[in-house]
Design a protein around this ligand. Sequence first.
Ligand SMILES: Nc1ncnc2c1ncn2[C@@H]1O[C@H](COP(=O)(O)OP(=O)(O)OP(=O)(O)O)[C@@H](O)[C@H]1O
Ligand SMILES: [Mg+2]
Length: 625
Amino acid sequence: MFTLAEVSKSYGGKTLFEDVTLTINREDRLGLVGPNGAGKSTLFKLILGHEETTSGQILSQRGATVGFLPQENAPVGEETVLELATSHLHGDEFGTFDGSLVASAKRILKGLSFRDADYDRPARTLSGGWVMRAHLARLLVQAPDLLMLDEPTNHLDLETLLWFQEYLETYPGGIVLISHDREFLNHLVTGILELRNGQLFSYSGNYESFLEQRAAREQQQLSAFKNQQREIARLQEFADRFRAKASKASQAQAKLKQIARMERIDAPEAAAATVDFSFPQPESSGQRVMTLRGVDFAYGDHVVYRALDYQAEKGERTVLVGPNGAGKSTLLKLLAGVLKPQGGERDPGLRVKIGYFSQYRSEMLDPSRTVLEEVFDTPRLIRETDVRALLGCFLFREDDVKKRVKVLSGGEKSRLALVKLLLDPPNFLLMDEPTTHLDMGSIEAVIAALTDFSGTLIFISHDVYFIRALATKVVHVNAGRLTPYAGGYDYYLEKSRATSARVALTAGLQNGRPVEPNRPPAPNPEQQRRDQRSQKERREQAADARRELGAQRRQVATLETDIMRLEERQSALSSELQKPETYTTPGRTVAVNTELKTIQNELSAKINAWEAAAARLSVMEASAT
Ligand SMILES: Nc1ncnc2c1ncn2[C@@H]1O[C@H](COP(=O)(O)OP(=O)(O)OP(=O)(O)O)[C@@H](O)[C@H]1O
Ligand SMILES: [Mg+2]
């Protein structure tokens, strides 16, 4: 359908890739992979004729239909969701709406988790991710001969992703897709194209098999490289030895020419940069970070939560799992204060500073600024060396930092947003799919940063690797109910007896209740008697430790309440000082000032006590686990 002959592309003298030669056939199922910024999206744009090649040719088969899903910013106008899904797109204009497609459009929209009520909604009222979904529906409805999808799973939650994956498995046409999602690629593709270091390599098989072949190829390249280096050394030695002798001078020259003529084999590149950087840390928050008490929330008449209680504690790294539509993102937004509870209360703890990162966080960047300008736009005083080190961890090189945000690739924008966040982190981070758009190297950098993070993290992700690396607590969200698991992802898997790590992410629990773990077999009675005494002692010791821990937690909490009260009183008094009538009431200013002074003293004593108590608590907690 497409033939690329020696295609090259550069931007302002910088070569993105060179001499790419490739044929795409009607029955192909190809995955295009490679690090952020390698030029994957650009290659798609060249194939589609949205951008010009710098050199080389692209031929397309006449009459073949192609459907394209861009990585970001799909067009949207006044049309409804259903109209969008049934329309033919010409350039950026919506063409005819085809009534005969309504039935299949509804089926596909449903699969992509739209609700019936959404069909007549104007598409521009949808959030960015849902606009992309509506476009994805449009492509599937049209069923072109070739689908070209640029990171289609970025906009999907896991349940929808599984539906989509199944749909594509039986898709009649060809598919070329860009993705960083290994499992998705493994299910779908029969060939991998890898864009790396300016070259395109093709491999047959799925992603797993690509990794094996690439490792073998690198091994081969390494030994070829070593052989060549040995040969060069031998020739060079010969030339050096005989150059001085007149009788051998011409032979020496010949050897040097031989070296010069050799087609050099490159050394295989070193593994991705490792993270060697200590991340800035936020100021410490109170032990109790956030409480939701009896919170109600509904979208129209669709009730998501009724009388919801939730408590976030300092230092937890919690992942929210559960089926699509169960309310994970809603919970995150309620905690963040982006959505307001319609009943009950939301109560942040002491000195909690919230950072909420939606899947579309890169929309918060200013397209006209450069990478460096964007990073320095933060209230915190940051050192240039830190900035450069952190940019380096996230694989921004020297010449990348002068680029404007608007030319950055999807992954580069996501990485920039993360760098900004990590340079001045709030102490309570709420993140919705933080790894979207990121390649493997950058995901490792995020994991390193968040492992170091001393604040509290609550996140949603469908990347099992990422979750395993980070989560210290799992909260299963289902039908408005929360079931906490006080352990990492594998602990949750064991407790919920899930069959697969990925499916468990969206699993509902059996009978709405967590399944009991397997009990260990009972020991024999004699053993039991022998164990009993020491068991009793151990139990008593554990109980003591728990009591102490409980007392310490209460002490910290009491101090926090005291501090909050004092701070409230302090601000009430300060605002009284702003009012003219304070000064006209005899003796009032003196009284206010005296009380303020007392409060300030009390406050600093309480804060000192709190800091000591909180520090002791964290030591106790560390030794309790
Ligand atoms: N107009 C431009 N001027 C300069 N550089 C550009 C321009 N457009 C794109 N680039 C650069 O070209 C590189 C390739 O971008 P592209 O969007 O193709 O990457 P990608 O492989 O799709 O990456 P990602 O995985 O992050 O989506 C990026 O480094 C980007 O900054
Ligand atoms: Mg891209």
